[in-house]
Design a protein around this ligand. Structure first.
Ligand code: ATP
Length: 270
């Protein structure tokens, strides 16, 4: 089976409204939105638009969502690929996919390229704790560096990459003119969890107005993805019982179920 390495989603609907919390990160990427919307304004005085930024944080905290929202807010195409797709590739394929991806994005610029799990490609060179072909990974990484260096200052393609392991990345990736900005995307605090519930309750038919504070308090250590799961699971639990609307108990049952799943994954919940 062929891995889907990138897709341009013409109708990106994610906007900052879909991203709850993460005020600091949103503020930082707002600047990227401005660059993409109006590149000439920034380059007219001789300034260089940044080429890349690294979104750093634990799984499920909204890094992909934020990258899509940048494209959605700027109304530019979004090209994406995941580092883990390269793991089992034959020699030469990874590099040529990277080359293709950049070629397409440049043709449609201004545009966003998003590389999820960049650590799968961008692990420091020479550290061979990797099951696939290490040469292939290095070729892919080298191609990525070449592409980023090869952009002219007016290319108007910005590369966002996500990782939860910035510490293992090859330092060459972070050099000036590459991913020289790091944006932190942390687990949500109590207030942010409340806001995430608010977003994910939008499509859910609830019996009464739910106490969002209460739900936020029941979910310490949960990521945005976990909370999205809770809301979905609660709706399924209620439906299975033949209820006409989702109630508080369904949410509590869903929280228990998600905690059970998280414990299996050895996450620590306090
Ligand atoms: P990973 O590192 O596992 O790829 P990620 O940080 O890229 O995770 P996303 O894929 O963006 O996380 O998040 C998964 C889903 O969780 C989102 O599509 C969204 O439904 C929900 N979610 C996560 N964070 C938020 C948030 N801050 N606000 C609203 N929804 C969120």
């Amino acid at each position: 089976s062929k891995a889907k390495l990138f897709d341009e989603k013409k109708d990106i609907r994610a906007t900052f409204k879909d991203v709850a919390g993460l005020e600091g990160a949103k503020e930082e990427v707002q600047e990227i939105v401005e660059f993409l919307k109006n590149p000439e304004r920034y380059t007219s005085l001789g300034g260089k638009i940044p080429k890349g930024a690294l979104l750093v944080g634990p799984p499920g905290t909204g890094k992909t969502l934020l990258a899509k929202a940048v494209a959605g807010e700027a109304k530019v195409p979004f090209f994406s690929l995941s580092g883990s797709d390269f793991v089992e590739m034959f020699v030469g394929v990874g590099a040529s996919r990277v080359r293709d991806l950049f070629k397409q994005a440049k043709e449609k610029s201004p545009a966003i390229i998003f590389i999820d799990e960049i650590d799968a490609i961008g692990r420091a060179r020479g550290k061979n704790n990797f099951t696939g072909s290490n040469d292939e990974r290095e070729n892919t990484l080298n191609q990525l560096l070449t592409e980023m260096d090869g952009f002219g200052t007016n290319t108007n393609v910005i590369v966002l990459a996500a990782t939860n392991r910035a510490d293992i990345l090859d330092k060459a990736l972070m050099r000036a003119g590459r991913f020289d900005r790091q944006i932190y995307v942390d687990l949500p605090d109590l207030n942010e969890r409340r806001e995430i519930f608010e977003v994910h309750l939008r499509p859910i038919k609830t019996k009464e107005a739910l106490d969002l504070d209460f739900l936020a308090k029941q979910t310490p250590g949960f990521s945005g993805a976990d909370i999205a799961n809770v809301c979905n699971e609660a709706a399924l639990i209620a439906a299975r019982k033949g209820k006409k609307a989702v109630d508080k108990q369904d949410f509590l049952d869903a929280v228990d179920r998600i905690i059970g799943g998280l414990e299996k994954k050895n996450k620590i919940i306090t």
